[in-house]
Design a protein around this ligand. Structure first.
Ligand SMILES: Cc1cc2nc3c(=O)[nH]c(=O)nc-3n(C[C@H](O)[C@H](O)[C@H](O)COP(=O)(O)O)c2cc1C
Length: 298
């Protein structure tokens, strides 16, 4: 079987979950044997020459790819005559997210490599507010259809593009808040020692070793990349994330339970179709239309 690789960064597990779904689907279809490669600070440089399919995946942070993702991409060498895809994901579908792959695209273009398709999946917020299980399931259904579309287009060499424009590009440049926001906000991170059980999970899981133990206290250095892994995964919700604390979300999404629980129907938007939730309507409709175009006869 041909070989593929998914190179991804995941702060709090959503991109890791999506990557495992993509792997499962490509392998079940007997298309590619997939290696999953998760980026962290000390990741080795992968030699892409031995892969036929290369997929990049990341969560969108303020309309951009995570810094750690772009930094890793910078180190890679790209080769022609392979298939390249971008399968990114985020909490919502605003077109302001459409320039998030600009650095990756620039690098690929420089190496004269063409992109075979770009796809935007939807997974729940790990910051701002927690998504209801019903909504998580609805997005899971959306993603399953988009995965079907991806496989169909891959098999039929249909190139999917996500359109951007100079204004969207400019917006993502302005909002590169991670560069400044992470280091600055680091000064305000605090641990609530009345809750903390000293499990060191935050220290062990930080993808850039930004948390150290000094005099029996947790110290945050100023290299934070804002992935939220420390506070999101803290079993006692003991980490205060400074200026973003009002947007803190704690605790992972239990996908296995949500998917398997038939009482969770995934019909959240029917009842919540105002305000924030309105923005999902268009993309879900377009996804359904494309899905029906490809599969309604079968
Ligand atoms: C610092 C930060 C900024 C974010 N900005 C956006 C954004 O601009 N648009 C969006 O839809 N989601 C945004 N999100 C939400 C994440 O993209 C989303 O929750 C994603 O599924 C997290 O993936 P992960 O678990 O693999 O890290 C942001 C999350 C973080 C931590």
């Amino acid at each position: 079987m041909k070989k593929g690789i998914i190179i991804y960064f995941s702060g709090t597990g959503n991109t890791a979950f999506l990557s495992s779904l993509i792997k499962e689907r490509l392998e079940n279809e007997n298309l590619y044997e997939i290696e999953l490669f998760s980026i962290s600070k000390d990741s080795k440089i992968i030699d892409l020459s031995s892969f036929d399919l290369i997929i990049f995946s990341y969560p969108i942070y303020a309309f951009n790819a995570p810094i750690i993702f772009d930094k890793y991409i910078k180190k890679l060498n790209f080769f022609n005559n392979k298939k390249y895809y971008i399968l990114k994901q985020s909490g919502e579908s605003l077109s302001l997210n459409n320039s998030s792959s600009s650095y990756l695209k620039k690098r690929l273009k420089k190496s004269k490599v063409k992109i075979d398709g770009e796809y935007h999946f939807l997974l729940p917020y790990n910051i701002h507010f927690r998504y209801d299980d019903e909504f998580v399931k609805e997005l899971y259904f959306y993603n399953q259809k988009l995965l079907d579309i991806f496989i169909y287009e891959l098999k039929n060499n249909i190139v999917r593009k996500i359109k951007s424009n100079p204004l969207i590009y400019l917006n993502s440049k302005i909002f590169k808040i991670q560069r400044l926001g992470g280091p600055l906000n680091s000064y305000f991170y605090k641990v609530d020692y009345s809750k903390c059980i000293r499990c060191n999970r935050c220290v062990n899981e930080c993808p850039i070793n930004n948390i150290v133990i000094k005099n029996n206290k947790y110290k945050f250095k100023n290299k934070c990349i804002m992935c939220m892994r420390c506070s999101f995964n803290c079993p006692k919700d003991a980490i205060n994330i400074g200026m973003l604390n009002g947007w803190r979300v704690n605790g992972g999404y239990d996908y296995k339970r949500i998917i398997n629980d038939s009482n969770i129907r995934g019909e959240y938007l029917k009842e919540h179709n105002k305000g924030f939730y309105k923005i999902f309507k268009k993309i879900i409709k377009e996804n359904d239309e494309k899905y029906n175009e490809y599969f309604s006869q079968k």
